[in-house]
Design a protein around this ligand. Sequence first.
Ligand code: SF4
Ligand code: SF4
Length: 91
Amino acid sequence: MAVLISDTCINCAACIDECPVEAIVDEDDNPTGEEIYYVYADKCVECVEHHDVPACAEACPTEGCIVWDDVVDGMPAMESRGDKGEPVIED
Ligand code: SF4
Ligand code: SF4
């Protein structure tokens, strides 16, 4: 997948404008129907060649909300990425 927004998301909108590839949608456009923000895995480039760390996770005020998911075949992946389920930004 890329990165995943988990259900601790508080819909604060801090992440959405930080994404360089517009991979994030808000709760109204979440295709799963969950009332939280959502990352399209087929768009997320893990911020490779844009930022040193994923910009969404850096902007997110909710500790551990944005976690790593599986790498998507054919999509960029950060060399320093953690395992699936680990927070992208460790506090
Ligand atoms: S990791 Fe980067 S490319 Fe992926 S959703 Fe977050 S800001 Fe967008
Ligand atoms: S910044 Fe974090 S808490 Fe705010 S909408 Fe994005 S994922 Fe949810």
